[in-house]
Design a protein around this ligand. Sequence first.
Ligand code: CO8
Length: 377
Amino acid sequence: MGNMREVVISGSGVFTPPEVITNEELVAAFNAFADKQNALHADAIAAGEREAIPHSDVDFIFKASGIERRYVMDKSGVLDPDVMHPLLRQREDDEPGIMTEMAVDAARQAMAQAGRSGDQIDAVICAASNHERAYPAVAIEVQEALGIEGFAYDMNVACSSATFALQNAADMIRSGSANTVLIVNPEICSGHLEWRDRDCHFIFGDVCTALVVEAMEAATSDHQFEVLGTRLITTFSNNIRNNDGFLRRSRPDGLDDRRDMQFMQNGRQVFKQVVPMVSDLIVDHCTDEGIDPTGLKRLWLHQANKSMNDFIGKKVMGRVPEPDEQPNILQDYANTSSAGSVIAFSHHQAGLESGDLAVICSFGAGYSAGNVIVKKR
Ligand code: CO8
């Protein structure tokens, strides 16, 4: 094999939806829903045949997760106690899909930062935890919208989709099968969240992130991070699960309003099992690359839970990181699945100097985790 090329992330972008839901608004809507349901089923509840739905609580949400608000593609449906999910208009097949629209916005920002036009990109990866249709791939629609030649594909590794895509892109560029790759992560988590379940209704928000990845030798951007290494791990777990899919219709009660057709998790278990898995991944990966993890200048972590990130940050750095060393965005965006660590990366680069080492790290359903070690150029 010839010389492997060095790879850089040369641009990033974030599309933030225009509508925001505060914890106060969210809890008011949930409690109105609970009261309505409990009134509707008052007799069954009184007879002990059914459990009353308990109220949600603003203080609990903030203390348990660190989340204060979330952006969504539609607020009206989510906050309507008679609907409790987003309401999105049906689009014609010949107009851009909603995920494409989000992706194109984020991609244009990333491409501007990288100084790359569509004709200078040769691959698009749409990496997200849900895609709005089975086919054609959303990535190919994004490719066409941006005037990109070459090839495009969708991939899904839930919350770890972006870091897994980064490894794909870096490997393709190193080997020469692509020169410049656009990664987009449109996440409409609101469509997939069970807003009627108190245990998780506060967790997710919507967003789209984008990255441009290219060969270092050709990069001209002022915002370059060299990709020093990537490492991915997966280990099967049912603790974060969703049973929706193309066989739904074929199952006896498949079309019913079943709880498992939306996001489900054992949050406590996830917390306990994923924190050590991710801390070890970052420490081992850095050590194997000859890098002292306590010397990392920034941790752009997956954004699911503030305490989770606090634990991981302390384990990796060997001390409590300063807020700017391990920036969180989940207070404003909630968990945006694969996009979370990329939002943190995109919004919190200030203060880094040439040669500084940092990681972008994601983790979630699968379980899956991905770590990307980068060096500021
Ligand atoms: N208001 C008031 N009380 C509440 C509420 C609420 N909203 N919710 C729960 N409670 C109660 C519970 O009923 C429980 O009561 P009791 O003690 O009487 O049983 C008590 O509060 C404590 O509940 P928990 O044990 O559940 O609370 P935790 O402290 O564990 O916090 C969290 C819950 C915040 C969910 C926490 O466990 C957590 O963040 N865990 C990690 C989760 C995580 O990282 N998950 C990753 C999922 S994302 C992913 O992988 C991507 C999937 C694909 C994307 C899908 C897009 C939609």
